[in-house]
Design a protein around this ligand. Structure first.
Ligand SMILES: *[C@@H]1O[C@H](CO)[C@@H](O)[C@H](O)[C@H]1NC(C)=O
Length: 356
């Protein structure tokens, strides 16, 4: 079974509601974390996945949580773009089946989300297989992290302690689950690309670990510090991967079909952190069943922007409508001791612009 089939299964059996209220409700709801269905629907999974499904159900629950985290991040990062990471079945499955930059992003952010969720579960004590990690952290490529370590070390008394994020475990489980272990067929460029992008996603978490410290000492003095490794916040992982999306590299298969090489001799080979693709993206302007594009008709846009989110780009030159709408929302919320939030209902007029 192909990796992409696994992903499609993951997403669809999690049931993604389309509206925001639904989304809010879905996050953390055990109803949509029905781990049995992921595994049932992917019965034909490759060895290691099946093993996890059978013997590590609690990991599957975290995988599901990671996939949700990922999709929400994808929708945030692409909210102003023509393709907005919609999980509408008729679109998403098609996009996942291609080999475009959008496909690359979805795979990467999902592998990152799974790494993140599993690691977090270790730290929160939800998994028996792993605990906090208090090994002395290795230096990574991230210079801010390196500087932080040297700051801590030079400024005196500290010890590693607390509850460090065991990102190696999350990384391992994400690899096991996402990189379906199957023989790489000769010439199967799609698989090679997906494996690369999965790795890029995990790397976007792994290489950017931070350090958090807590001071101990009389009245706020910092005679002793306890420090631990902490994952980057997931929003930053999303931004990093979005940057990689913007600079992603087009690749082609080498003659023997076993490796990937960048298209055009001048481009430097993509690193472990870069996203790669082999197929030009559709423009997502018009509705197209074939490529899974919903088109941009009806999308909101900003008439004053010349870049992403602007009506020019979003509407693909078709123009846009202007409309006055009434929005009802909670406002002037006050926190009442304890524990209640009281809000007023405000009705405001808003002008919205929508693509024709
Ligand atoms: C995403 O785009 C589709 C159509 O292109 C639209 O129906 C949907 O409302 C959009 N979602 C968000 C969150 O903007």
């Amino acid at each position: 079974m192909r990796i992409q089939t696994v992903l499609v299964c993951l997403y669809f059996y999690l049931v993604f509601p389309e509206n925001i209220i639904g989304l809010w409700w879905a996050v953390g709801s055990p109803l949509v974390m029905d781990t049995n269905s992921i595994c049932r629907k992917s019965r034909r999974l490759a060895g290691k996945q099946q093993e996890i499904c059978q013997n590590e159900k609690e990991i599957v629950a975290e995988v599901a949580r990671g996939a949700q985290l990922a999709i929400l991040e994808c929708q945030f990062q692409f909210r102003l773009r023509k393709w907005n990471c919609t999980t509408a079945r008729r679109s998403f499955a098609k996009v996942l089946r291609r080999d475009t930059r959008e496909t690359a992003f979805v795979y990467a952010v999902t592998a990152a989300g799974v790494t993140y969720a599993v690691t977090q579960a270790c730290s929160m004590g939800r998994l028996l297989q792993c605990t906090c990690d208090n090994n002395i952290p290795e230096l990574t490529t991230d210079s801010s992290y390196r500087n932080k370590i040297s700051d801590i070390i030079t400024d005196g008394k500290f010890e590693w302690g607390g509850c460090g994020d065991n990102v190696e475990f999350g990384y391992l489980k994400s690899t096991e689950f996402m990189d379906a272990r199957r023989k790489k067929r000769r010439g199967d460029i799609t698989t090679l690309i997906q494996l690369h992008n999965n790795e890029a996603g995990r790397t976007a978490v792994m290489l950017y670990m931070r350090i958090d410290c807590k001071c101990h000492g009389l009245s706020g003095s910092c005679t002793l510090k306890t420090c631990w490794r902490k994952m980057p916040i997931f929003r930053d992982v999303g931004y990093r991967l979005k940057e990689k999306f913007d600079g992603s590299a087009k690749v082609i298969g080498s003659n023997d079909g076993k490796t990937l090489i960048p298209e055009g001799n001048t481009i430097k080979p993509p690193s472990r952190e870069d996203l790669i693709y082999s197929e030009k993206s559709p423009d997502f302007c018009k509705r197209s069943k074939r490529v899974g594009s919903l088109g941009t008709k009806g999308r909101y846009c900003n008439p004053n922007s010349m870049s992403v989110g602007g009506c020019d780009l979003m509407c693909c030159g078709r123009g846009f409508s202007k409309e006055q709408i009434t929005v009802t929302e909670n406002c002037m919320c006050q926190f009442k001791w304890c524990c209640e939030v009281k809000c007023k209902t405000c009705v405001t007029e808003k002008t919205v612009y929508q693509c024709l």
